[in-house]
Design a binder for this molecule. Structure first.
Ligand code: GUN
Length: 284
């Protein structure tokens, strides 16, 4: 039976530390601030944005919420970003993705000042991640690293398999594991030997976006299994990319969905906002 990795508990511990850090920064005259921009009314995005604002309140981080109509032009959005780039009280800027069709995501990401890019999506920050000279880590991969760290399992020298190659999760995830001296393989929808490759993994990170995709036959006995997925099963119930019921008896450690990676992502966003404020204040 696997040990459960409790994302809520790890997240709560980190938030407690961050709250104290925010208080100490405020005493030095630095108040971290996050601007969240949401274009349109996608219900899932609305929930994410609300949770981000709530986390800011919990930690004493100043937050502002910019809700723009679904028919906002790219020009208008870029205008807002320019203003947020300029304003000193805004340490970090997050534009919630996905964006409506008339707006090019790449143009928006490129417009955010790299030192305020708390998602770490800007090409400059992606380059820093590849080089290992990063200031911000993308929130979900950073959260996964904290969860792995919480198990006490050493990453160095281990076989790590990442399933999924998105810019937001799979690619940066592989880089972070590489920086920790894991041997990393990335699998994706076109990989021919996926099950066989996954079975080699001491640490298996699944971010492919398919409900219950990973079954027990794809997991090595005792592996650390991290499930980044967030899907609905046939009964409308939240589930991950890992078939928890079949994998849990075989894994050494496993994250539940919900309650695993999910709570960590926003916590890491808070960490990046604090880092951005420190950078702006000359403290990082
Ligand atoms: N939409 C889904 N995940 C993310 C994320 O990590 N950042 C942003 N900005 N939008 C998202």
């Amino acid at each position: 039976m696997a040990k459960l990795i409790d994302g809520k508990a790890v997240s709560a511990r980190l938030r407690q530390e961050m709250k104290a850090e925010v208080e100490a920064l405020k005493e030095k005259g630095i108040t971290p601030g996050l601007a969240v921009v949401l274009v349109g009314e996608d219900p899932a995005s609305q929930v994410y944005v609300r949770n981000k604002i709530r986390a800011c309140e919990e930690l004493g981080i100043r937050s502002e919420n910019h809700l723009l109509p679904a028919d906002t032009t790219q020009e208008a959005l870029l205008g807002l970003i320019e203003e947020l780039n300029r304003r000193e009280e805004v340490s970090g800027i997050l534009v919630q993705l996905p964006l409506p069709r008339q707006i090019r995501e790449e143009a928006v990401i490129a417009a955010i000042a790299p030192e305020k890019d708390v998602d770490a999506f800007h090409a400059q920050n992606v380059g820093r991640i590849v080089q290992g000279s990063y200031r911000f880590l993308p929130c979900t991969p950073a959260g996964v690293m904290e969860l792995i760290r919480s198990t006490g399992v050493a990453v160095e020298g281990k076989e790590c398999v990442v399933i999924g190659r998105s810019n937001i999760v799979g690619k940066p995830m592989a880089m972070l594991m590489l920086h920790q001296n894991a041997t990393v393989t990335i699998c994706h929808s076109r990989t021919q030997s996926l099950a066989e490759t996954a079975r080699r993994a001491d640490i298996l990170i699944v971010a492919i976006g398919k409900a219950k995709f990973v079954t027990a036959g794809m997991v090595k006995e005792g592996a650390v299994v991290i499930d980044v997925g967030m899907n609905r099963d046939e009964n409308g119930k939240l589930c991950g990319d890992v078939d928890f019921a079949s994998v849990e008896p075989k894994a050494g450690y496993i994250t539940p969905v919900p309650g695993g990676v999910g709570p960590m992502t926003i916590t890491m966003l808070m960490r990046n906002t604090i880092t951005a404020a420190k950078l702006a204040g000359g403290l990082a």
